[in-house]
Design a protein around this ligand. Structure first.
Ligand SMILES: NC(=O)C1=CN([C@@H]2O[C@H](COP(=O)(O)OP(=O)(O)OC[C@H]3O[C@@H](n4cnc5c(N)ncnc54)[C@H](O)[C@@H]3O)[C@@H](O)[C@H]2O)[C@@H](O)CC1
Ligand SMILES: Nc1ncnc2c1ncn2[C@@H]1O[C@H](COP(=O)(O)OP(=O)(O)O)[C@@H](O)[C@H]1O
Ligand SMILES: [Mg+2]
Length: 282
């Protein structure tokens, strides 16, 4: 097993792209976030806000009907497309020109939603981030993993990872099983935790930012929006995963002196993305 490469400032500055003075929203990337269900529309709201703050030009969400007004009011910058069903996603019918898609936050695992995910994956070839319930649905239906475009990014926390790869008996075994999973399925796995590892086949990265303030509801939903936004902005898959994880952690390091560990919430990640970007320029 290769030893992990530290995701530090040097590693980031090799990958970070500055913004072209003449860019416009039409070429700055269009991110789509698919997710939400009754009572968990907030997850999509967090993802979508994070996508915007990470710099894509346009963001659209696809949510059940119960998410329509919530999204239009909570994030007016976002465009909203709704499913036919009121409380959960039942069919992902879209005719949109987007550059990258993040799917899963708050989505639930109803049978109709599972079928909708299957049909969506069968027809999709755009760059993808798979999170939360979309990961859990794949764990229930492992043959569907073959439908993912090569280099899809999966963002499991350890429980979600266990559902995907099975139980492990040591940290080394966990990493080994994840490497095999990444190689067999040609996917990039962001193993969220303290610290977060990124597994791209035999190449392993370990993040150096972040702290226990991130142990709060919605912080993974925010990460999904950030990585999807970077993919939409044409970052290479591995660069989007690395930069997303680094900036996400950096927001918590920047905020900590003001919030402490306890009062930090997922919205504070979003509020500090700007400072995290600015700190790359110093
Ligand atoms: N405001 C919202 O709408 C929110 C919606 N959320 C959504 O709620 C759904 C369920 O997600 P959950 O992750 O809560 O449920 P899961 O059941 O997938 O994971 C939580 C369980 O995993 C365990 N666990 C073990 N190791 C862990 C680790 N390293 N990190 C996190 N958990 C670990 C926890 O103790 C807990 O029992 C998802 O769709 C998610 O996107 C959550 O993100 C919370 C916020
Ligand atoms: N103690 C910790 N130290 C560093 N990062 C953490 C810690 N706890 C959680 N995180 C980070 O917070 C995020 C949690 O994601 P997740 O469990 O999916 O949250 P949610 O589903 O509530 O949005 C991950 O990026 C994880 O690495
Ligand atoms: Mg999560």
């Amino acid at each position: 097993m290769n030893s992990p490469i530290a995701i530090d400032r040097n590693e980031i500055l090799k990958r970070y792209k500055t913004i072209d003075k003449y860019t416009h929203k039409g070429i700055q990337g269009h991110a789509l976030i698919i997710g939400g269900s009754y009572g968990k529309v907030g997850a999509v709201s967090l993802s979508a806000k994070a996508a915007l703050r990470t710099g894509c030009g346009l963001t659209t969400v696809f949510v059940p009907q119960c998410g329509y007004e919530i999204l239009q009011i909570s994030v007016p910058e976002v465009m909203v497309v709704t499913d036919d069903h009121e409380k959960y996603i039942s069919e992902i019918a879209l005719n949109l020109d987007v550059d990258a898609i993040g799917i899963g936050p708050g989505m639930g695992q109803k049978m109709a939603t599972q079928k909708a995910l299957h049909d969506f994956l069968s027809n999709n070839s755009l760059p993808l981030v798979i999170d939360a319930d979309a990961l859990n649905i794949l764990s229930h239906n492992p043959s569907w993993i073959a439908l993912l475009p090569p280099k899809t990014i999966l963002t499991p926390h350890y429980k979600e990872l266990e559902r995907l790869i099975g139980k492990w008996h040591s940290d080394e075994d966990k990493l080994g099983k994840t490497i095999v999973f990444s190689l067999v399925n040609q996917v990039v796995v962001v193993m969220k935790g303290a610290p977060t590892y990124i597994v791209d086949g035999q190449t392993i990265y370990v993040n150096t930012t972040g702290n226990a303030a991130l142990a709060t509801a919605g912080s993974g939903d925010v990460l999904t929006g950030m990585i999807t936004s970077l993919l939409a902005q044409s970052y290479k898959t591995i660069d989007a995963a690395i930069l997303g994880v680094y900036l996400h952690g950096l927001t918590a390091d920047i905020a900590l002196p003001e919030t402490g560990y306890q009062s930090f919430i997922a919205s504070d990640i979003i509020a500090n993305i700007g400072k995290a970007y600015l700190s790359l320029k110093k």
